[in-house]
Design a protein around this ligand. Structure first.
Ligand code: DGL
Length: 266
């Protein structure tokens, strides 16, 4: 699985809860973080390279643990993986399904990166749910970098988060899609600003369920009694910085983080 940084660890966490017997290889493309405001065309080249790299290392399934990468390059990842007979599990669609199912007033908010909003991926995914929904999308360009840098919560951070939540409050959303895999890491702050009546929808759990279904359907799941699998981490930027922030967020030792070079894109 891959993300631009540590956000995808929120998806990995859910997969480790559901499928501890599987082996996981996680790549954080930290040299190119943030994806949220990168040129989408170049991002697509990068995603193809990352998919190739993970498949070269023996991935039997590819999880796009990044909403921005899913929004701008799900098709590219699928194309690369399909050429090797490998399935792809993306984010975005599973969250749209949950949000449409649980909203009472039909007002759904989406907080995500600029690229994700501009791609229209959530709007399309929500439209497919067959229910009339009022969708309010908000770009939060500074939120993922704040999380990725492991910054402290200060007054400036709170002001930034409040400003992002303001249009959501005004629209009276009762359900908010955390449209970036980094955001569940600050859900306590968002929940406080929005209040208890707003349900926050993170994608990790649904993605883990989709991973399990796909592995079982294709007959490539490990038996649950098979003991604990392995987990390995790669990143394209500073390995020590990734290890430090990642260990804190995942709340387990990441071990060695290997640095890898990727040619494509950015
Ligand atoms: N975790 C990534 C996402 O889900 C985003 C952060 C970024 O690279 O801008 O969109």
């Amino acid at each position: 699985m891959f993300d631009s940084g540590v956000g995808g660890l929120t998806v990995l966490h859910e997969c480790l809860v559901s499928l501890p017997q599987e082996d996981f290889l996680y790549l954080g493309d930290t040299a190119c973080f943030p994806y949220g405001s990168r040129d989408p065309a170049r991002l697509r080249e990068r995603i193809a390279e990352i998919a190739e790299l993970l498949l070269d290392r023996g991935a039997k399934l590819l999880v796009i643990a990044c909403n921005t990468a899913t929004s701008v390059g799900e098709d590219v990842a699928r194309e690369v993986a399909a050429a090797r007979g490998v399935e792809v599990v993306p984010v975005v669609a599973p969250q749209a399904e949950i949000a449409a199912a649980i909203t009472d007033n039909g007002r759904v908010g989406v907080l995500s990166t600029p690229n994700t909003v501009e791609s229209g991926a959530y709007r399309r995914a929500l439209e497919k749910q067959g229910r009339a929904l009022e969708v309010t999308e908000v770009e939060a360009p500074a939120l993922a970098p704040f999380i990725q840098n492991g910054s402290l919560f200060d007054e400036e951070t709170m002001a930034m988060a409040r400003a992002y939540c303001e249009p959501l409050k005004r629209a009276e959303v009762d359900t908010l899609i955390l449209g970036c895999t980094h955001y569940p890491l600050v859900s306590p702050m968002l929940q406080r600003i929005l209040g208890r009546d707003v349900r926050l929808v993170a994608g990790g759990h649904a993605v883990a369920a989709a991973v399990q279904r796909t592995l079982e359907r294709d007959g490539i799941a490990r038996p649950p009694s098979g003991g604990e699998g392995t987990y390995d981490f790669l990143c394209t930027g500073d390995a020590e910085a990734f290890r430090a922030v990642g260990t804190r967020f995942l709340q387990m030792p990441l071990g060695e983080v290997a640095r890898v070079e990727i040619d494509g894109g950015l």
